[in-house]
Design a protein around this ligand. Structure first.
Ligand SMILES: Nc1ncnc2c1ncn2[C@@H]1O[C@H](COP(=O)(O)OP(=O)(O)OP(=O)(O)O)[C@@H](O)[C@H]1O
Ligand SMILES: [Mg+2]
Length: 284
């Protein structure tokens, strides 16, 4: 049974007004438990709208959203449960940090779940560890943290609820390459350690290639492709036609292959290096 499903889902913004628009429609999708799904697509293609349906922040105009076997709009209880089963971290989540200390911010979600102090304490420490925030930072004001640390503190607040599904909407946006890599590594190891399902919305096809097990491509409010990194990225021509560019290194490999070198495909610099080294380097 898939952990997340959508059946015939559509969402309209500004319904009944002249600016009414279909942000997503005709969405049919099954995501299996434990996958790390990279969600890509041009600006305005519907990525954020899509993911905000999984924990009931947005209600669909039509269709069903099934989380862990339950239609999340079938009862109030089901909707509430979806909020805890699916943890959603918005783009620029650090703007939502507001407590006096980082500790209090991370504990906000678990507190809302009605957990006792001891359990909350355990979860805050564990979540901080997952995101690589040192213990001494927990008593600081969130406003004294660096940009990358703030981002990780905000993500820890979602992780502390121990959701079955973690959704991150552009978690690396605006960070420097080091901050970006730290977050990507953290997401990868979080999924490996917990077995959770993770959805990662990203503008970087290379970042997605680094850590995703599946890729979902949004285009003009619909799901255009869903498959493994290889299945999706090998359709480079179609991707280009919908405004997506495969990573630079993949283009170089495509050119080399066209010129008679039989290198196969590489979607990350690391993979490219591995392939070249395995061929003995000098002969390439
Ligand atoms: N709150 C809103 N009110 C009205 N229209 C909206 C709202 N949010 C999004 N839209 C519209 O819905 C469509 C899908 O937007 P969405 O934010 O889901 O796209 P996205 O793929 O996440 O884009 P980006 O890459 O820029 O984050 C766009 O046409 C957008 O203008
Ligand atoms: Mg978005």
């Amino acid at each position: 049974m898939p952990i997340l499903s959508m059946q015939g889902v559509a969402h309209l913004y500004n319904k009944g007004t002249p600016s009414q628009s279909k942000a997503i429609y005709d969405i049919n999708l099954d995501i299996e438990e434990g996958e790390l799904v990279g969600i890509i697509g041009h600006t305005g293609s519907g990525k954020s709208t899509l993911v905000q349906h999984f924990n009931g922040i947005l209600k669909p105009e039509c269709g069903k959203i099934i989380v862990d076997g339950t239609d999340i709009w079938s009862s109030k209880k089901a909707t509430r449960e979806a909020r805890f089963k699916v943890g959603l971290c918005f783009q620029y989540p650090e703007y939502q940090l507001f407590e006096e200390t980082v500790y209090k911010d991370i504990s906000f979600g678990p507190k809302n779940m009605g957990l006792n102090e001891e359990e909350i304490h355990k979860r805050v420490l564990l979540a901080a560890e997952y995101v690589g925030l040192k213990k001494e930072l927990l008593e600081k004001s969130p406003f004294d943290l660096s940009g990358g640390e703030k981002r990780r503190a905000a993500i820890a607040g979602v992780i502390a609820m121990q959701p079955k599904v973690l959704i991150l909407d552009e978690p690396t946006a605006g960070l420097d390459p080091r901050g970006r890599d730290k977050i990507l590594d953290m997401i990868k190891s979080y999924r490996e350690k917990t077995g959770s399902t993770v959805l990662l919305v990203s503008h970087s096809m290379e970042d997605v290639a680094k850590i995703a097990t599946k890729v979902l491509v949004m285009n003009n409010a619909r799901v255009e492709m869903y498959g493994t990194v290889d299945e999706v990225y090998s359709r480079s021509e179609e991707l280009r036609n919908i405004g997506l560019n495969i990573p630079q290194v993949s283009k170089i490999f495509e050119l080399l292959n066209k010129n008679g070198l039989n290198l196969g495909s590489a979607y990350t610099v690391e993979k490219a290096a591995e392939i070249i080294l395995s061929k003995g380097g000098a002969s390439v």
